[in-house]
Design a binder for this molecule. Structure first.
Ligand SMILES: Nc1ncnc2c1ncn2[C@@H]1O[C@H](COP(=O)(O)OP(=O)(O)O)[C@@H](O)[C@H]1O
Ligand SMILES: Nc1ccn([C@@H]2O[C@H](COP(=O)(O)O)[C@@H](O)[C@H]2O)c(=O)n1
Length: 211
């Protein structure tokens, strides 16, 4: 077993396929040892705000996240200590009351739109991925997903996309592509990129000098 866990960052726009790539890697290592940390679960707690106020939040800005807590939790996992991971409720736009107890593992995947935006996060990562999918495909996927899974209407999705999702993507997410070691076109469908990642992770895990 490696001394220091391997930390992989998986960034990219909303609905680019980050979760799909994460799941594909998870499937390979799940019996071995892998933990997934979703940046979305670290949205700031808005329990003190009314539902109407929560609708005004810009969920695509870096300041919407409790990045301090996210960094603290990754440090804790790297030190091979457990964490209580928050749970997020997209319908209520705030943290759920429960947490998930997460044991430390050999592979830590940190997945989320803006995980390459903060230098402190980037510095913790051994491998940085950016999932790159065209904006037209992403908005179609988002429309389908958010109506089905996140309690949204067509009108609210279009309004949010034009006012915050698109401009914040261009301002904060797209520029982080430059920090990626690997740019993955088409996300979960890119079997070659996923195989390469799996091979690289195995190599790091097997390397004695990984301390
Ligand atoms: N290649 C694909 N073709 C069609 N739909 C996809 C594809 N990849 C992902 N999706 C769908 O798009 C939505 C977002 O995908 P996901 O992997 O969760 O992206 P992200 O984590 O980047 O938001 C999901 O509903 C998923 O089923
Ligand atoms: N209460 C919230 C919180 C987040 N969002 C949107 O989620 C997107 C990020 O999740 P992905 O799985 O798509 O990467 C982001 O674009 C936020 O706008 C939300 O709508 N409501």
């Amino acid at each position: 077993m490696a001394n220091r866990p391997v930390v992989i960052g998986i960034a990219g726009g909303s609905c680019s396929g980050k979760t799909s790539v994460t799941r594909a890697i998870y499937e390979v290592f799940k019996d071995h040892s892998v933990v997934v940390i979703e940046q979305d679960y670290y949205y700031k707690d808005q329990g003190h705000m009314s539902f109407e106020e929560r609708l005004q939040t810009n969920y695509d800005h870096p300041l919407a996240f409790d990045t301090e807590l996210l960094i603290e939790h990754i440090h804790t996992l790297i030190e091979r200590q457990p964490i209580d991971k928050p749970v997020y409720d997209y319908v209520q736009h705030t943290r759920a009351s429960d947490v998930i107890h997460v044991a430390p593992k050999d592979v830590i995947i940190v997945e989320g739109m803006l995980v390459l935006e903060d230098e402190r996060l980037r510095d913790l990562m051994d491998i940085k991925l950016f999932v790159d999918t065209d904006a037209d495909l992403r908005i179609i996927r988002r429309m389908q997903r958010d109506i089905k899974e996140r309690g949204r209407t067509t009108e609210s999705i279009i309004e949010q996309y034009l006012t915050t999702v698109r401009p914040m993507h261009n301002m904060f997410i797209e520029p982080t592509k430059r920090y990626a070691d690997v740019i993955v076109p088409e996300g979960g469908d890119n079997g070659v990129a996923i195989d390469l990642m799996v091979t690289k992770i195995k190599t790091i895990l097997e390397t004695e000098s990984n301390v």
